[in-house]
Design a protein around this ligand. Structure first.
Ligand SMILES: [Zn+2]
Length: 222
């Protein structure tokens, strides 16, 4: 995916792009793209792959090995990763809509009207979260509270902060909402996605003028 995105960062309308994935040998996909004119106007709405690469943090191999070890143990991961939580306020009108099932405590993004579990009769609590937000409050959950579920946090109108150190999270700081995996399995092996916030990175995306809706002539009646 990243390689494909990187090619499209530099491709011109009319270019032919053959993308073939490979890796463990389990399977490979090949897809052929023909770049269309629309790519020019979409360019600049998001950072390029190179922008993301430049933003990298170098980690030592030992750190990476530790990370893998941590990932192998869900419980351990939850304990070791500091959880910053807090409240945010919107800065513009664009928003994510999530629904929280009060029956089975699943989080749904995109929002759903009904729970995916056919036996669950839980009421859906629909919540909106701003795409670009300003930080109001932040706190680091004490060790014994790190098990506080994301469902519980969202239910208390709190959000989770990611990709940030505590010093980046000052009241008033501009944040952007990102879609993250908020739970690993739900009750039936579902992966739950939802919104979390990080310091604003995709400034270009935030500033781009959205195309205005077309004006449609009002219907006329004789
Ligand atoms: Zn449910």
């Amino acid at each position: 995916m990243a390689e494909g995105a990187s090619i499209f960062d530099h491709s011109k309308p009319g270019d032919q792009v053959l993308a073939v994935s490979y890796g463990s040998g389990a399977y490979a996909n090949a897809t052929w793209f023909e770049v269309q004119d629309g790519i020019e106007e979409k360019r600049g709405r998001t950072p390029t792959v190179e922008d993301y690469v430049k933003r990298k943090t170098t980690i030592r191999i030992e750190t990476y090995q530790d990370l893998i070890r941590v990932r192998l143990s869900r419980i351990k991961q939850r304990l070791e990763i500091p959880r910053f939580v807090g409240e945010v306020e919107p800065t513009n009108g664009r928003a994510f809509t999530l629904s929280l099932c009060q029956g089975c405590e699943r989080i749904y993004y995109p929002a759903r009207e009904k729970c995916l579990d056919s036996e669950c009769v839980g009421v859906m609590d629909v919540k909106t979260y701003p795409l670009i937000a300003r930080l109001k409050t932040v706190s680091k959950l004490p060790l014994k509270k790190r098990f506080t579920s994301n469902f519980e946090l969202l239910g208390q109108d709190k959000v989770l902060f990611v990709d940030a150190k505590l010093q980046d999270l000052k009241p008033g700081a501009k944040l952007e909402g990102v879609v993250r995996r908020l739970d690993y399995e739900g009750k039936d092996g579902l992966i739950m996605y939802g919104v979390a916030y990080r310091p604003l990175f995709r400034e270009a995306l935030a500033q781009v003028a959205r195309p205005k809706a077309m004006t449609v002539a009002p219907p006329q009646y004789a």
